[in-house]
Design a protein around this ligand. Structure first.
Ligand SMILES: *Cc1c(COP(=O)(O)O)cnc(C)c1O
Length: 409
């Protein structure tokens, strides 16, 4: 008999988005004519930019002219060079080619990275957070069961609250791996240089690893805010960074991302020896992954071409215009809203002290608008709700109007 990995049974009922899907489908079945506007899942709504489509077409023709088989394990140099130049050197950061691992998504990378750490490692997350960080550590057996509020035994939850601007400080208890995400999904908060300095200082003095998810770096509006953890002195010794083309360039269905692991960052083996995490991840990557398709890497490189950069920046600007409309529109109607200034997410307190899921149901019922219950991102998300700016301006304006009519004073 094949025993299962018992840790999977600790996972809370369903992943968040399937549950939302079920409730929306049930509502739609009852009200087939209700015009639903979806501001729920963080998925882009604009098509790929023309410069990217053109690069893909060209790459397809090249594939038809000659074989492009398995690509280099870490990614083609035409892509890693462009990443080094535009995402790092342009901001004063030097990253070596073999410190970049091109992959098919930051969801996978942020979920898989825990494999190179011991199962006894103590993990912290800011709460609420992207569910992948917690769930993959549950699957790996780093936790006990969840309590009634969904808090797993053995994970350190750092509450993100109005008081700390939704950017918690480092923990004051032992933690070995700390997940951080800025600009943050779901709260839309952004870390300042000072926030990140504190985290790097803490990681270095506690021999801990920061796992920094920068999936939304392109949405930062203020050029003085850090886009990379490696803009902070000392981060090369303690941090791993993940970035994705998904949100910045509409690659959610195209799939391309990368993880940066500097050579200096290390963990401890059982005999006390320091082991390079770059080498461990390289070994894992080469064993379990066979590179991102040539056509897709060509498409990703086109994000850095002058046309590609301008076109994708214009898309991000449109989404950020939506974020501003939501933030200001709901704010003016008396809702407590946060985020949305450097991220495509608005984090709002539910009106009338409703629970996150009760507000979800009422919003669907009264306004035919779908958002995401804050409690789905962790216990401290209870009483909050995430509204995404990924939609057309017309739909966003319509949704704001409906929310105001359904709930405003
Ligand atoms: C969307 C998202 C990702 C990126 O996922 P991909 O797999 O690259 O599409 C990673 N982290 C967070 C926090 C996200 O919201």
């Amino acid at each position: 008999m094949a025993d299962i990995n018992q840790n999977f049974l600790k996972l809370q009922a369903g992943y968040l988005f399937p549950e939302i899907g079920r409730r929306v489908a049930a509502f739609q079945a009852k009200h087939p004519d209700a015009p639903i506007i979806k501001l729920g899942i963080g998925d882009v709504t604009k098509p790929l930019a023309p410069a990217i489509v053109e690069a893909m077409h060209q790459a397809v023709d090249e594939m038809g002219a000659e074989a492009h088989g398995y690509g280099p394990e870490n990614g083609y140099a035409f892509l890693t060079d462009a990443i080094r130049e535009h995402d790092y050197k342009a901001r004063g950061v030097e990253i070596a080619p073999d410190e970049i691992f091109v992959s098919d998504g930051s969801k996978q990378d942020s979920g898989n990275i825990q494999e190179i750490f011991g199962t006894g490692c103590q993990v912290s997350v800011t709460d609420p957070s992207y569910p992948v960080y917690v769930d993959t550590n549950v699957m790996a057996g780093r936790t006990g069961d969840a309590d009634e509020e969904g808090r797993y035994e053995g994970i350190v939850y750092l509450p993100a609250s109005e008081e700390n601007g939704f950017m918690p400080n480092p923990p004051d208890q032992r933690v070995d791996m700390a997940y951080l995400c800025s600009p943050n999904n779901p709260t839309g908060a952004v870390a300042t240089r000072e926030n990140l300095r504190q985290w790097v200082k803490w990681a270095r003095s506690n021999d801990a690893i920061l796992i920094f998810d920068a999936a939304y770096d392109a949405f930062i509006q203020n050029p003085d805010l850090p886009r990379s953890i490696f803009e902070i002195d000392g981060a090369r010794e303690c941090a791993i960074e993940m970035r994705s083309f998904s949100k910045r360039a509409g690659f959610t269905g195209t799939r391309c991302a990368y993880t940066v692991i500097p050579k200096e960052v290390s963990g401890r083996a059982a005999d006390g020896e320091r082991v390079s995490l770059n080498a461990l991840w390289g070994r894992r990557h080469a064993t379990k992954f066979n590179s991102v398709p040539y056509v897709i890497q060509k498409a990703a490189a086109a994000v850095f071409s002058p046309d590609g950069a301008a076109q994708t920046a214009a898309q991000v600007a449109d989404y950020m215009q939506n974020a501003k409309l939501i933030r200001e529109g709901l704010g003016a109607a008396g809702f407590s809203v946060f985020g949305g200034e450097h991220a495509p997410y608005i984090w709002m307190r539910t009106p009338n002290d409703l629970s996150s899921w009760d507000f979800f149901d009422q919003l669907l019922e009264r306004a035919h608008v779908v958002g995401t219950p804050g409690s789905g991102f962790g216990p401290s998300g209870e009483g909050y709700f995430r509204i995404s700016a990924f939609n057309s301006q017309e739909n966003v304006e319509d949704a704001i109007e409906r929310i105001r009519n359904g709930f405003g004073e």
